[in-house]
Design a protein around this ligand. Structure first.
Ligand code: CDP
Length: 231
């Protein structure tokens, strides 16, 4: 019997392990995994390179006019790792740097940016069998997703996890800087006019502050199994 391929939406606060969970879940289920935040980070990198962001000043008209010339793709390299490409260039590492993290939530507020990326995300999920993580996946991108999760963890735990992730990559940053960035992005993401970060009414809440990666994966896999059985 062919089992139905679900659409799974994972939303939540900054650095709560959404992408880690989404990636592991997709790999277990042999689904596509899409980190939608990487797409917003890539558009932000393009804007930074064009000097359209300086401090609080953002050149919105230039950004909107350039959107059609930004091509974003995910490709898998020889080692089996997925990377994001900006106009043909692998920018997976650069989009994780502090200068991108500091500006991304401002760029993600722009309606035209969201419209472009949401359309691309919906196309990627057309056939189901996808796990996508972000801020508006269950509310805007896939409002009819089969399973919606809203992930959170304490700010201390999220700060510690992101600090380790960045320092292991050789990025120099302090705990305080990491925390300030997470708090600032959560505030902007939750309070913006366009598609703010909110828990969808039908999303299941997952607080993973005290869970290991394997524990949270098992927890979600049980939900998936019951969804598949009932669909
Ligand atoms: O991994 P982390 O939690 O740090 O964030 P991310 O998923 O890489 O997303 C970076 C930023 O992109 C977020 O803080 C949001 O401002 C924006 N974003 C969004 O607006 N909508 C999404 N679906 C995904 C990300």
């Amino acid at each position: 019997m062919q089992t139905k391929k679900l659409t799974i939406a994972i939303d939540g606060f900054s650095s709560c392990g959404k992408s880690t969970l989404a990636k592991e879940l997709a790999s277990r289920l042999q689904y596509i995994f899409i980190d939608s935040g990487a797409m917003y980070r890539t558009v932000t990198l393009f804007c930074l390179r064009n000097n359209w962001i300086s401090g609080d000043q953002i050149q919105i008209t230039e950004i909107i006019n350039a959107l059609s010339s930004i091509s974003i793709e995910f490709k898998i390299d020889d080692q089996g790792n997925k990377s994001i490409y900006l106009n043909g260039e692998n920018c997976e590492n650069e989009i994780r740097q502090g200068h991108v993290a500091s500006s991304v939530s401002r760029i993600a507020e722009i309606r035209e940016v969201r419209e472009k990326l949401v359309l691309e995300q919906q196309k990627m999920g057309e056939k189901g069998g996808i796990v996508m993580d972000g801020r508006d996946i269950g509310t805007v991108v896939f409002p009819h997703a089969d399973l919606k999760l809203f992930v959170t963890a304490s700010i201390e735990v999220r700060t510690q996890r992101r600090f380790l992730e960045l320092t292991q990559k050789g990025i120099e940053i302090t705990l305080e800087e990491v925390k300030d960035n997470l708090v600032e992005r959560d505030f902007i993401d939750s309070n913006r006019k366009e598609s703010p970060l909110v828990q969808a009414e039908d999303a299941v809440l997952l607080d993973n502050s005290t869970m290991t990666r394997e524990e949270q994966l098992q927890w979600v896999l049980e939900l998936v199994v019951s969804k598949v059985r009932s669909s």
